[in-house]
Design a protein around this ligand. Structure first.
Ligand code: G3H
Length: 195
């Protein structure tokens, strides 16, 4: 069975400052993760000539993928991070302070809450449908380099986790989740590449 490897981009400069959204580059730590990931992928998929690397259209995933050599790379807009609308570029502290009603409604129902002029988790889940269809069709391994909210939704699909859990699934940085779909069901391995 062919694996699907899921990972977030390496730590971005906005991650360091606690800012959500944006289209920033990686921190030095994030750049190191890109190199470690390349090393891992090149070894793990050495004889897999038809494998491919899928990223979002945001810099932080494209830069994370850039050290990986030998596989085609495909950019999907559907893999872009949840659109935080008017809150894009803010920290959670700033949202809480400047837009307390928004902060509270999201806390109450994170799955359905839609950022003003942005998206909800349900919106993200819906736009991922073509990606999931394409992932299911692939016979070769795929490395998906994307974002926290998007990967929560993708992971929940393959790991068969309930909808209401999706916004709360732990999705750490610098960790690869390998999913294998076999006849006996789904198997999962995790590789933490940095401390
Ligand atoms: O920038 C957005 C975050 O990656 C999504 O995290 O849905 O837990 O706020 P959150």
């Amino acid at each position: 069975p062919r694996p699907i490897l899921l990972t977030r981009h390496g730590e971005s400069r906005d991650n360091v400052r606690g800012r959500i959204g944006g289209d920033n580059v990686l921190s030095d730590t994030g750049d190191i993760y890109g190199k470690k990931l390349a090393n891992f992928v090149e070894k793990r998929l050495k004889s897999e000539r038809a494998a491919s690397i899928w990223t979002s259209t945001l810099q932080r995933t494209i830069i994370t993928a850039s050290p990986i050599a030998g596989f085609p790379k495909i950019q999907w807009r559907a893999l872009d991070e949840i659109n935080a609308g008017v809150c894009d570029g803010m920290t959670y502290e700033e949202i809480k302070k400047n837009m307390p009603e928004e902060y509270e409604s999201r806390k109450k129902d994170k799955l359905r809450y839609r950022y003003p002029r942005g998206e909800s988790y349900l919106d993200v889940i819906q736009r991922l449908e073509p990606v999931i269809i394409e992932l299911e069709r692939q016979r070769a391994p795929v490395v998906v380099i994307s974002h926290q909210a998007v990967l929560r939704a993708l992971y929940a699909y393959f790991a068969d986790r309930p909808l209401k859990e999706i916004p709360h699934i732990e999705m750490p940085l610098h960790t690869i989740i390998e999913i294998q779909m076999g006849v006996t069901g789904v198997q999962e391995k995790r590789y933490k590449l940095m401390d």
